[in-house]
Design a protein around this ligand. Structure first.
Ligand code: MN
Ligand code: MN
Length: 470
């Protein structure tokens, strides 16, 4: 059956999932490749939330952004940023429309799952010095065994000076590792449930093996590590109590596949959305509505704390912006701005994995290469705790993306009752703004080597630009 234009009704009536590569011509494919090279540079440098803030600040300084609080007043086209405790960053470009008409906001998170050192980490056992860790975020513990780890972080000394530490990123530097049990002796371990096979208290990191001084000395292996740390950084054991040191995979992002269509790397959840949102913001020119990105910390552990999305910092920073844009600022003006804003919660979603297709519901799961993902709701067990985006909001974004030639797809985090997860969408929505989850599909999310498609990274960037312009 065809109509008078020779068109089969299926072409008009049926929604077809698209592959972004099919929609990209050679010049757009080249543009995507260049963009992804830059992204991989960012991802390889920014392995912790503090490093991601630093790398973002460097980028913003180069793009003409200035510290928000240095500006007495703001006018259309002004570009500003503000940083909270080196872990959260908000940047904005002031639009032509009055700020009271609301902002276009993209929120992403800078933190990723990892192993944190405990406040008193160092001990020795059977001729080895080790570091105790407490894992951060939702990890499958076995993925962190027998891989090279780098140590990143800060130590604040008793006199207040900050020591930054990065060891294990350069080829000539040592790395660290958590041992795994040899298969020959793993009979009992292999009989355990996967969740119980590696105890949390077993994630101890090998840090030294040459003893100090004479055999009479106690704790010679631990002492040797302390001496080395003291020589390198001038720190003592008590300094480790006021420190934040994270162990992350030491490898750099790599192309994956014979066609290099994918990127493999640590921390793409959610730094892929951080980088794409950042680039989109830097390229908006003088927008109609004020555009803002909020790059937040602590998403992986519930968005808590004063650097998490639940912190008043978000509303406070917007208050600082609004008060510089309009005379006669008061709280009602701020509340109106928040309420009239629209937001994308830019976070990753799960991509269908052919090796584990049984946990996905194929019709509603995102695909690698399927374009940027619109996720109407997250949550678990009956959409619990989600911010279910209104149909009107989904329609707005769909229209915007279609107009701009952005390839997009829908996503849902696995089969109903298979598990679930959340984002910062519900926290943004609590300010009465409209929010939709929109980000990049990831295979092996929260693993030490997460996979994304370059086409999707590029479509996220293109989609965020369209959102800022809309
Ligand atoms: Mn995330
Ligand atoms: Mn996550």
């Amino acid at each position: 059956m065809v109509n008078n234009k020779g068109q089969h009704p299926a072409e008009k009536l049926v929604y077809h999932r698209q592959n972004a590569w099919d929609r990209m011509n050679n010049s757009e494919r080249n543009e995507a490749e260049v963009f992804c090279r830059e992204y991989m540079g960012f991802l390889g440098t920014a392995k912790t939330e503090r490093e991601a803030v630093e790398a973002t600040q460097v980028y913003l300084d180069g793009a003409g952004f200035t510290p928000l609080l240095d500006n007495a007043q703001l006018k259309p086209g002004d570009k500003v940023y503000i940083i909270n405790r080196r872990k959260t960053l908000i940047a904005a470009v002031i639009g032509k429309n009055p700020v009271v008409s609301g902002l276009n906001i993209i929120g992403a998170h800078l933190d990723s799952p990892r192993l944190d050192l405990k406040p008193q980490p160092l001990y020795e056992d059977d001729g080895m010095a080790l570091l105790k860790t407490h894992y951060y975020g939702g990890i499958k513990k076995y993925q962190w065994l027998s891989v090279p780890l780098a140590l990143h972080g800060v130590v604040i000394k008793n006199d207040g000076t900050t020591i930054s530490i990065v060891i294990g990123e350069k080829q000539e530097e040592p790395v660290f590792t958590v041992s795994d049990l040899l298969p020959h002796l793993a009979k009992d371990q292999m009989d355990k449930k996967m969740a119980d096979a590696v105890p949390g208290e077993g994630l101890n990191v090998l840090v030294g093996g040459i003893p100090l001084g004479s055999t009479e000395l106690k704790d010679r292996f631990k002492l040797a590590v302390l001496e080395r740390l003291n020589n390198l950084y001038g720190i003592i054991e008590e300094d480790l109590i006021s420190a934040e040191i994270e162990l992350v995979p030491s490898w750099k992002p790599r192309d994956v596949g014979l066609d290099s269509s994918f990127i493999g790397g640590y921390g793409q959840d959610d730094r892929v959305c951080v980088f794409t949102a950042l680039r989109a913001l830097a390229e908006v020119g003088v927008p109609e509505r004020t555009n803002l990105i909020v790059l937040t910390d602590k998403e992986e552990i519930g968005s808590t704390g004063n650097t998490g999305m639940e912190s008043s910092f978000f509303a406070n920073a917007i208050a600082e912006i609004v008060s510089r844009c309009v005379p006669g600022y008061n709280e009602l003006v701020l509340r109106r701005v928040l309420s009239r804003s629209r937001a994308l919660s830019a976070d990753v979603n799960a991509a269908l994995d052919p090796n584990y297709s049984e946990v996905f519901e194929k019709t509603n799961t995102a695909r690698l290469g399927g374009g940027v993902v619109l996720t109407k709701y997250t949550g678990s067990k009956g959409k619990y705790a989600t911010s279910d985006a209104h149909a009107e909001v989904v329609a707005d974004i769909r229209r915007l993306f279609n107009l701009a030639g952005v390839v997009w797809q829908t996503g849902e985090l696995g089969k109903v009752d298979q598990g679930g997860g959340g984002t910062i969408a519900h926290i943004m929505a609590s300010h009465d703004m409209d929010v939709l989850d929109c980000g990049v599909a990831v295979q092996g999310m929260h693993s030490t080597f997460e996979i994304v498609s370059k086409a999707d990274v590029f479509m996220a960037y293109k989609g965020y630009k369209a959102f800022f312009a809309g």
